[in-house]
Ligand binder design. Sequence first.
Ligand SMILES: Cc1cc2nc3c(=O)[nH]c(=O)nc-3n(C[C@H](O)[C@H](O)[C@H](O)COP(=O)(O)OP(=O)(O)OC[C@H]3O[C@@H](n4cnc5c(N)ncnc54)[C@H](O)[C@@H]3O)c2cc1C
Length: 282
Amino acid sequence: FGSEEQKQRLLPGMLGGELLGAYCLSEPQSGSDAAALRTSAVRSGDTYTVNGTKAWITHGGHADFYSTLVRTGQPGPAGISALLIDAGTPGLSAAPPERKMGMKSSPTAQIHFDGARVPADRLVGEEGQGFSIALSALDSGRLGIAACAVGLAQAALDQAVEYARNRRQFGRPIADFQGLSFMLADMATQVEAGRALYLAAARRRDAGLAFTKQAAMAKLFCTDAAMRVTTDAVQVLGGYGYTQDFPAERYMREAKVLQIVEGTNQIQRMVIGRRLTGGTGR
Ligand SMILES: Cc1cc2nc3c(=O)[nH]c(=O)nc-3n(C[C@H](O)[C@H](O)[C@H](O)COP(=O)(O)OP(=O)(O)OC[C@H]3O[C@@H](n4cnc5c(N)ncnc54)[C@H](O)[C@@H]3O)c2cc1C
């Protein structure tokens, strides 16, 4: 959606790993109902003045620039626009990072805009196009989250299988007990099904086909599967699974956030349902 000048200015640095971006949609009072966002951008001449607070921003306080969804017009999705705001803009500040259950190496923070003045050429696309830009970014992001979830579940499964082969109870490896090997079989089936589902959705994207519904299905299925598989991995390790001596407990904590970010799994069901029935979902 960006202009040629915007692409030239940002993409080489981003692809080269020298520039870090952030995506600012959520606000303290508007999460799932993202179209209710309030951060305002008022244009005067060649400048927008931005006021408001964004919440839960990944890379908050570390990013070089913030892709920020702002209200430039009427209430609802049609009044939303997208601005690229440099981190050094006077009036932009980051709150201290959130103290999270997991994903601790990925900083998450509120970003405050207090009279931040942004040149009008930082507008992405047209005024009022911001919400469809935001949603299109989420479609692709959901594929990434689904892939993360499958990788996480695979790691948990690998650890559970290795542990079950080596841990002995009642004189033999616990993997020999049907109750346990059936759990491992179910876990492996979830991982394979998830991988096939998100790759099928990604292939639709690569082929230029509509993939909103498939991306939502992949995000929903893979992240729910990761939650189940990582929880079962802790179970396979017994008491040791509940300690920080093994990574299983961390995998379980990391899985939880994947059911929440990039649209919660309740919202994925709304997206899928809307595609099935043609409803507005609002
Ligand atoms: C670690 C982390 C990183 C994040 N990174 C970013 C980021 O970089 N940029 C960004 O913009 N946001 C980011 N987010 C925010 C994330 O997208 C929101 O947390 C998410 O969209 C949910 O919003 P909320 O937390 O306000 O929950 P709410 O919207 O208040 O939802 C609370 C509960 O109500 C349910 N719910 C809400 N509406 C409905 C409905 N209509 N039907 C059924 N159930 C419903 C939800 O599913 C959820 O279970 C991040 C969040 C986390 C935790």
